[in-house]
Design a protein around this ligand. Sequence first.
Ligand SMILES: [Zn+2]
Length: 443
Amino acid sequence: MGRRSAAVPDPEGAAPAQPLAQPGSPFHGVGAPASEHVRRIRNTASDPPAVRGGRAALECGMVMETESTWLAEARALHRRAIVIDTHVDTTQHLLRQHWDIAERHVDGHVDIPRLREGGIDAVFFAVYASGPLPRGQGAAAARRQIEVIQQAIERHAADLAPARTSGEICRAKSTGKIAVLLAIEGGYLIEDSLETLREFHDAGAIYMTLTHGFHTTWADSAGIHQPLEPRHHGLSDFGREVVREMNRLGMIVDVSHVSDDTFWHVLETSRAPVLATHSSCRAVSPHRRNLSDDMIRALAERGGCVQINFHAGFIDPAFPPLSPQAVAAHFAAGLPRHSGLTRHVTPLAVLADHFDHALRLVGPDHVGIGSDFDGVPALPAGMEDCSSLPLLTATLLEQGHPEAHLTRLLGANVLRVLDDCAAVAAPPAVGAADPDRPAGARP
Ligand SMILES: [Zn+2]
């Protein structure tokens, strides 16, 4: 989640962080097969920063000039598919004076030029405020963030388009724009008011993460850095009411961050498919922010998806703990590439392992991407920012996952969940079709 605006040490990542060692993405226009990139990255942990991958490596003559076949195929697939990232914290940058999303930045993870380089068609911007906050301040912070997102879309209307449906995402892609969707991260922002929930939905919020890293008055959180003593042992009666109201509105219920008890209560209560918009696999890395195999199976059985989080501290069991103060300073500095937070390097293969595990566990219809870009202090080697996303796709292609499966993973699954949640809110009339949604778009 976002932070940094108030220099609050509360990132998804306050645990870990790694030096994003490479000065430039090693995977843009430089080459060798993805496997070679991955092998090289696996072996860079003890190299001095000056010779690790990327531009530095190119300058040292360490890599070939041609792009790998896998990476070229991945880029082509991104052009054909709808590519969606269900969680970024770039809103926190939008709150900074003079920060322009249309510029290509050296630091941080997301801006328009890098979204285009990454072949990303739609992105969910989280509305997040570190909390808990005194009554009145949470909702006010959310309103302010919704406003800055809307202003950014208006200011850059040639590149960005607001969206809340699958059809609007498809239309944005067909007109060469990037769809921006709004998400509320942390149910405390509605301040125990269904009216405020409806207000945020009216303003465009398409999902709400029920908790962040602390309990709300109606739902228990998993915590982030340490386990929390249960307060409600799941959802309270009002918490169940919130879920039912979200179903009625057509808002997606997001179970990332919630406690296991809350997760199971949500699945009991929700009439619509549920997303974990930015969570990875506990079977690969036993972090409390990740989901167990039973949870992922249950999400899938009800039509939902696990959207894999890229944070090195969640996905890599070997990642070292970091001082919250150092992480807070890292966010306050705008997620600089070379902060020296840690020398630990998480190989990209570790991230691919989470996708591979989820794909094998529940199949291609229930897995997707929820990077948490701009909300985490540490990413796997090579995945420096959103422009590097095709490298992940290249790795999965090389592992043998077919294009048809990856098309679903990249975004078609999210389109389906948006449709299914909208249908629960207002069942479509027989024969009705969304004119913006191409026939056969469903996986
Ligand atoms: Zn989060």
